[in-house]
Design a protein around this ligand. Structure first.
Ligand SMILES: NC(=O)c1ccc[n+]([C@@H]2O[C@H](COP(=O)([O-])OP(=O)(O)OC[C@H]3O[C@@H](n4cnc5c(N)ncnc54)[C@H](OP(=O)(O)O)[C@@H]3O)[C@@H](O)[C@H]2O)c1
Length: 287
């Protein structure tokens, strides 16, 4: 377990633990919390990346930084993280469950190891970390959980079936927690980005070709997520298009929702446009 620190005083918000901080949205979430004077625990597998980010943020914002190389696909990793932080005397004020992987393709041909790995990182580790850190937050009467879901949480997505189902789990868990936590001083927020310009999106066939207007920067997504988390909002879907998709998916007939999900992942944008036109004419009926 690597460790680097700068400064000795406790910053305004306390410690924010960010998983998947080595790249993409997670690195930007770390920047967003650092700019609000949170001390940081940066967790991911790639140690050089989190070490470099830690040095950058410690220098720029005078926050304390602890780096925690960890593979969240391994059973017991969340427990080891909690134990290491307890031993270091770090109380986690904000838990940011951002680490995630994506697999795509027909479910029947996806390697089982990849499926299990996705569930371990995107679902099991996120749930375990939440369960491990929440009781102390409740006991202190303050705390924030920020779970990174996706716009895919709102609809089944053919050829992205396991990923979308895992994100639906994250959204459901977070919404239920938000209700359970009412009045405790602790809040739970689901960040539901749409297409975001990171290695995950660039490495996938998601919605190619992608209209530029549909893609957000990881910085804008992280800023929206950080702000919503600190305000205690339950769901944030950054960007107008994503808010429209999230809102529509909860009202539209399920066959249409499935068609939109398929169109977004390989069915082509013409098909999505056609599906949206059909949705407009469906009048919000459910089936
Ligand atoms: N990009 C999009 O369009 C988009 C849209 C909606 C939601 N999201 C969600 O946003 C989150 C961040 O994704 P991103 O787009 O920023 O992707 P990314 O650039 O690929 O970053 C993924 C992060 O997860 C970490 N990670 C992956 N496997 C891990 C493991 N086994 N143990 C520990 N950390 C692991 C990676 O760190 P290491 O490789 O160093 O371990 C990396 O920091 C994910 O939950 C993703 O599902 C992304």
């Amino acid at each position: 377990m690597g460790r680097s620190e700068a400064g000795t005083r406790r910053n305004g918000g306390g410690w924010a633990l960010v998983t998947g901080a080595s790249a993409g949205i997670g690195a930007e979430l770390a920047r967003a919390f650092a700019s609000r004077r949170y001390d940081l625990v940066l967790a991911a597998r790639r140690e050089p990346e989190i070490d470099a980010l830690g040095r950058e943020l410690a220098a720029a914002h005078a926050v304390r930084v602890m780096t925690m190389p960890v593979d969240l696909s391994l059973a017991g990793a969340p427990q080891a993280m909690a134990e290491a932080l307890r031993a270091a005397g770090v109380e986690v004020a904000v838990l940011v469950n951002n680490a995630g992987v994506l697999i795509e393709g027909p479910f029947a041909t996806e390697p089982l190891d990849d499926v299990v790995n996705l569930l371990q990182v995107n679902v099991v580790a996120l749930t375990a970390l939440t369960r491990l850190f929440l009781p102390a937050m409740i006991a202190r009467g303050e705390g924030r959980i920020l779970n990174v879901a996706s716009i895919a949480a709102f609809m089944p997505v053919p050829r992205l079936a396991v990923y979308a189902a895992a994100k639906a789990f994250v959204l459901s868990l977070t919404e239920a927690l938000a209700e359970e936590l009412h009045g405790t001083g602790v809040t739970a927020t689901a960040l539901c980005p749409g297409l975001t310009d990171t290695a995950m999106m660039r490495g996938s066939a998601l919605g190619r070709p992608i209209p530029a207007a549909m893609v957000m920067s990881p910085r804008a997504v992280a800023e929206a997520g950080c702000a919503a988390c600190l305000k205690g909002e339950t769901i944030v879907a950054p960007g107008l298009v994503n808010r429209l998709i999230a809102g529509s998916a909860s009202m539209a007939p399920r066959p249409l929702v499935r068609a939109v999900g398929g169109a977004m992942n390989g069915g082509g944008w013409e098909r999505l446009a056609a599906a949206l036109r059909g949705f407009g004419g469906a009048g919000g009926r459910r089936s």
